[in-house]
Design a protein around this ligand. Structure first.
Ligand code: ATP
Ligand code: MG
Length: 473
């Protein structure tokens, strides 16, 4: 049990942190000063400057403005490397091993008077060494494993920086005497494999280890919760946590959010559910919370809701890669060399507003025929998202009433939002109300524009919820 908790939603593009400063307090996002610019989003970018005698690291906003150059590495969207499945080692992925097998080495050997027999022996010695190591359980690291290890070390540095930033921000909060550095933290992670024990995924273990190494005390009983589940709780409660006689007031907490109609009249609306879809930079996350008949009277979330969740590795960074491939090579190379800030600007300008960005040397990027080609790629990507939506929702039973909540940076792109909306409403499904960014009123269906705190910060706010403290049930 934790009376107070931080929740870190480590996002591929942006990390969000929320704090619940007391059992029954509303969770708040750290650094939430200007909601329109979503200040609470810390760019998950790390710069390693190797130009001097010692490497110098930079993080967050500062790092998001940097471009790579000689000796300066910019690491953005490295979350996916943590969650790689390295699988059995592929020797060809290791550049030295690949070289050992290559014709280039054979040619070099001839040049230096090494005979084919000697080269054959060398290759045989290396192969036996590999087998010997495998026999005692040592796998010489392949490319994926190396990338994963590197990402884990970036994570430890990033979390250490994040902790300093968060502690600094907390000192400005109005809770006199609270020892913020002793408050435990919970992390959110993708729900791969439909959320079947998210804690066993190697990426999750690397992430929690990195956070501990960085000095975050982890929550004693539930250090990890899935992103879709936390997001659903965050947007449905709006971060509110209420207590009634020292027990979690589930009805009251959810009564502030979109489920309010059903809570007032459960008989009429049952089975009542909320479908939450989040399109992020690395994953698209799905959650459905279906209220059980006695749900509103319960204080135990496990008895009030049936939950299904799922994450797929499909996000805005994949869309970028596909878009770069249809652009002229020099423009794609220019875009790949941009800072994280500029890539964000490119997404908003081109995908959302349909306006090109400009390069001094190459002119407009994303105008005319290029814009048409990009629109085609965005439409294909939207079709891929739509297929995932339909598959996830296909097992929902008929009847009842449902709210649809759209979150994540990707849902700001009208073409993607429309694709997800129509897929959600396909196969005869009906939604009483749709919540999300940039929504326009559609025929007869009420819409609710979600505040950026909930479109981007839902997982952090929900993950900090009293909902995840079973001792209060
Ligand atoms: N108005 C917009 N138009 C286009 N793209 C946008 C807009 N606003 C934000 N984005 C993009 O959406 C991306 C995803 O944002 P979000 O914060 O949801 O991702 P994340 O949480 O970091 O990723 P994940 O949850 O997959 O790890 C951002 O990297 C940003 O570039
Ligand atoms: Mg996210």
């Amino acid at each position: 049990m934790a009376e107070r908790v931080f929740c870190i939603d480590f996002g591929s593009g942006f990390t969000k942190v929320a704090l619940r400063p007391d059992p029954g307090a509303t969770a708040r996002l750290i650094n939430d000063r200007d909601v329109e610019t979503a200040d609470f989003c810390f760019p998950s970018v790390v710069v390693v400057d190797r130009a001097g005698p010692k490497p110098v690291l930079e993080f967050g906003k500062k790092a998001a403005g940097r471009t790579a150059s000689n000796g300066i590495e910019v690491h953005a969207n490295w979350k996916k490397r943590l969650f790689l499945n390295p699988g059995p080692d592929d020797p060809t992925a290791n550049p030295l091993e690949a070289f050992l097998r290559s014709d280039d080495l054979a040619a070099l050997a001839t040049q230096h008077g090494v005979t084919a027999t000697q080269l054959g022996h060398l290759r045989a010695v290396v192969a036996s060494a590999r087998e010997m190591l495998a026999g005692v359980g040592i796998q010489p690291a392949g490319r994926h494993a190396q990338q994963q290890q590197f990402a884990a070390s970036l994570a430890a540095h990033f979390f250490a920086w994040l902790r300093k930033e968060v502690m600094k921000e907390c000192e400005r909060l109005p809770h006199a005497g609270l020892r913020y550095d002793g408050i435990p933290a919970r992390l959110t992670v993708p729900a791969f494999a439909h959320g079947a024990d998210v804690t066993t995924h190697p990426g999750c273990r690397l992430l929690t280890a990195a956070a501990e190494k960085a000095g975050w005390p982890l929550h004693p009983t539930r250090p990890v919760v899935s992103e879709p589940y936390a997001n659903a709780v965050g947007v449905l409660t709006k971060g509110v946590n209420l207590l009634k006689k020292d027990k979690y007031d589930l009805g009251g907490s959810f009564g502030k959010g979109p489920l309010v109609t059903a809570l007032k009249d459960p008989d009429h609306y049952a089975p009542y559910r909320a479908v939450v879809i989040d399109v992020g930079a690395f994953t698209t996350d799905f959650a459905v919370l279906t209220m059980r008949p006695d749900g509103p009277g319960e204080s135990d979330p496990d008895r009030a809701f049936a939950v299904r969740e799922h994450s797929v590795a499909l996000g805005m960074s994949d869309l970028d890669e596909r878009v770069f491939r249809v652009l002229p090579a020099e423009k794609a190379a220019w875009l790949r060399a941009r800072s994280a800030d500029e890539v964000d600007g490119f997404r908003e300008s081109v995908y959302t507003e349909g306006k090109p960005v400009r390069s001094a040397a190459l002119g407009p990027i994303g105008a005319g025929a290029e814009l048409e080609a990009i629109r085609g790629v965005v439409a294909d990507f939207g079709a891929g998202l739509a297929a995932e939506v339909r598959q996830f929702l296909s097992s929902l039973g008929p009847g009842g009433s449902a709210e649809l909540v759209l979150t994540g940076g990707g849902m700001f792109v009208p073409a993607l939002r429309e694709a997800v909306l129509s897929a959600a409403a396909a196969d005869g499904r009906e939604f009483a109300k749709v919540h999300g960014p940039g929504l326009k009123k559609q025929t007869g269906k009420p819409v609710d524009k979600l505040d950026p705190r909930f479109t981007r910060g839902g997982s952090a706010l929900g993950g900090a919820g009293l909902y995840f403290e079973p001792e209060y049930a």
